[in-house]
Write a protein that binds this ligand. Structure first.
Ligand code: F6P
Length: 458
């Protein structure tokens, strides 16, 4: 069995990963434990000088190797190019995309430095699996240093339409770098289609069929691997959480009211301001719901050094204040807006007592919350998922109430439909979604990617 080398911007060195969204870290750790291997990436720490040697932590068959970044490196690579250029662009926010030569060269510099530090840790026969937009050039840098082992890349975010992507000054170089991998995986058919469009119409490459393309002098396997959740584990967590103290306290607060829940990183791609507008529209147009429905929005702050994230935080505070000021009564607050995170187990319980799960991103690679909300429901009395058609999860969860998050009236209508939905229909829709969630789990995703990587085109 080949050893596995996982490379990602963040590394979950502790086995406490179950508290993290989606349990992705657990799935990767399971594979690393089984195959033996290395997990390499940024430690998340910013220090005066980027560390000369990676910090090594061993846990059985897993070796964690992490690098601290200097302020300049983290500012240009992470806050700069990754999160002010690629992130907004990949989420179709050209209006928020900042281009700068300086941050791009910082991004390339950190990727080159990661390749240098990873190189001595590699062994012949390793399978190398690189994750996400922070690390697109890493594979090419490793190839330049003579690495011939199979290398795969999985993009967790959307891949944008060619018209958007070509606005990035370095679009050609980045796709060239992607073609250094042997396998490139995407979340949905949409993302793959956008990538193929670029390969054919911009890069002058060709589609060979059988998941293979030829471009930049290489043959690459390109395929869709929709990421799943650990469905049974989440079902179990939600059942356990149903009896927990925090769920009981929430249930007491809920009382006879219906709760709608949203749980998102505080990110403009999640459509939170738009969601608040839609909720306002619901209360405006259907006065009978005033005092009867409450929105619980949990939004832990994220990437707060990036100005656009500080801005979205301010906007949301203003919106929540405005809606509460407009509609609240002495014994009812329409929106409970919490800027903090909760453990997965607590969230599972909150999902279970909420009648509606609101997952309305303007654009999202997949979205774990949509899947977790469904998995957390009580089979006898399930809630309703209101899901943006622009989330990758909408491909599989088509039995949700699919909405266009830009259309506030339609989202308000979907909320009302969810509130009124008869039990039979709720059960039917929920059962259809559970079939999908049980068929495609996190381990299905991981194993099918690794199988493809093992087969290569190389
Ligand atoms: O793909 C989404 C993603 O960038 C993940 O890579 C990351 O774990 C998550 O969002 C949180 O973002 P950050 O690592 O910037 O806090």
């Amino acid at each position: 069995m080949n050893r596995l080398v996982v490379v990602s911007n963040r590394v979950a060195v502790t086995p406490d990963a179950k508290t993290r969204a989606g349990g992705l870290a657990v799935a990767l750790q399971d594979a690393l434990r089984k195959h033996g291997g290395v997990w390499f990436g940024w430690s998340g720490k910013v220090v005066p000088q980027t560390t000369a040697e990676p910090t090594i932590t061993k846990d059985g068959a897993i070796t964690y190797a992490t690098v601290d970044l200097s302020r300049k490196n983290s500012a240009e690579y992470y806050n700069g190019f990754a999160n002010r250029s690629l992130w907004p662009l990949f989420h179709y926010r050209l209006d928020l995309t900042a281009f700068s030569k300086q941050t791009y060269s910082g991004y390339l510099r950190v990727n080159t430095m990661f390749a240098e530090k990873l190189l001595p840790l590699l062994k012949a026969g390793d399978l190398i699996w690189v994750h996400d937009y922070h690390l697109i050039p890493l594979g090419e840098e490793l190839r330049k240093k003579g690495v011939t082992q199979p290398m795969g890349f999985f993009l967790h975010t959307p891949f944008p339409a060619m018209e958007i992507f070509t606005a990035l000054p370095s679009h050609y170089a980045l796709v060239g770098a992607l073609c250094s991998y042997d396998v490139v995986g995407f979340q949905t058919e949409n993302d793959l289609r956008a990538f193929l469009d670029y390969i054919v119409h911009e890069a002058g490459g060709s589609i060979l069929g059988d998941h293979l393309i030829r471009a930049f002098g290489r043959t690459v396997r390109v395929e869709v691997f929709p990421i799943g959740i650990d469905t049974e584990d989440f079902v179990k967590s939600a059942k356990q959480a149903a009896g927990s103290e925090s769920t009981k306290r929430l249930r007491d607060r809920v009382g006879k009211r219906l709760w709608l829940i949203g749980v998102d990183r505080l990110d403009y791609s999640k459509g939170l301001v738009e969601r608040f507008h839609s909720f306002e529209r619901l209360l405006e147009t259907r006065p009978e719901y005033r005092g009867k429905v409450t929105l619980l929005q949990i939004a832990p702050p994220s990437r707060s050094e990036v100005p656009e994230y500080r801005e979205i935080r301010r906007n949301l505070e203003t919106e929540a204040g405005h809606i509460n000021g407009r509609f609240a009564d002495f014994d009812w607050t329409p929106i409970h807006y919490l800027n903090r995170s909760f453990k997965r187990q607590n969230l599972a319980g909150f999902f279970r007592v909420s009648r509606i799960g609101l997952v309305t991103p303007l654009r999202d690679g997949m979205n774990f919350v949509a899947k977790e909300y469904v998995a957390a429901q009580d089979a006898h009395d399930p809630g309703v998922l209101v899901l943006s058609r622009f989330a990758g999860a909408a491909r599989e969860l088509d039995a949700a109430l699919l909405v266009n998050p830009f259309d506030y009236d339609a989202v308000a209508d979907a909320m009302a439909k969810g509130i009124e939905m008869p039990l039979d229909e709720r059960r039917e829709r929920w059962a259809a979604m559970m079939v999908k969630l049980r068929a495609n789990t996190l381990s299905t995703w991981r194993d099918s990617f690794l199988k493809a990587l093992g087969e290569g085109p190389y």
